[in-house]
Design a protein around this ligand. Structure first.
Ligand SMILES: [Zn+2]
Length: 176
């Protein structure tokens, strides 16, 4: 089973920045690498769109997964809003009624169960990495980096490990 993990942003696109100064690109990569290690320890084959602070276009992320023949694609992000009051976890998929939609629900549910954030549920979204990938594909927004409390959590290695446990558990549950 081949899982392609896509840490959002990187390089010249650091993504959102927390009130505590953390950068979304760094948090996404940390969580993705932790998720990959957990999946590999369960026998999964894992590839990443990036393993450092590199610029990778959205088209290239999808192409790398397609060329590898990944079975599932998981993009990992932090949410952000100009209003710092927003909190919680949500997951996006592209096509209504698709395997991606059920996959999104499983991963979102497993993640919320592990990190105990507000469950914002799953939603349809026309994101390039979801639209351009050939396999079931989801985009996970772990928590809001724009919220001071959640940004403080996203700065903690223990919380990022919990995110990885929740995401990997969702993937394992769905694919077994
Ligand atoms: Zn992002």
């Amino acid at each position: 089973m081949k899982i392609f993990l896509d840490p959002g942003h990187g390089g010249n696109n650091p993504g959102a920045r927390g009130p505590n100064g953390i950068r979304e690109a760094d948090v996404n990569l940390d969580i993705a690498l932790r998720t990959g290690r957990l999946l590999q320890s369960e026998g999964y084959s894992v590839r990443f769109s990036r393993v450092g602070d590199e610029s990778v276009s959205l088209q290239r992320r999808a192409m790398l997964a397609n060329e590898w023949g990944a079975d599932y694609f998981v993009s990992i992000h932090c949410n952000s809003n100009i209003n710092p009051i927003y909190t919680g976890t949500e997951t996006f998929y592209y096509r209504e009624g698709s395997v991606s939609e059920s996959f999104a629900l499983q991963v979102n549910t497993s993640l919320v169960a592990e990190i105990d954030t507000r469950d914002r549920g799953i939603s349809q979204a026309n994101f390039a990495v979801l639209r351009l990938t050939d396999m079931p594909a989801i985009l996970v927004e772990t928590a809001f980096i724009s919220n001071p409390q959640e940004a403080a959590l996203l700065a903690m290695p223990s919380f990022k490990q919990k995110c990885a446990i929740g995401i990997s558990r969702g993937i394992i549950t769905f694919t077994q």
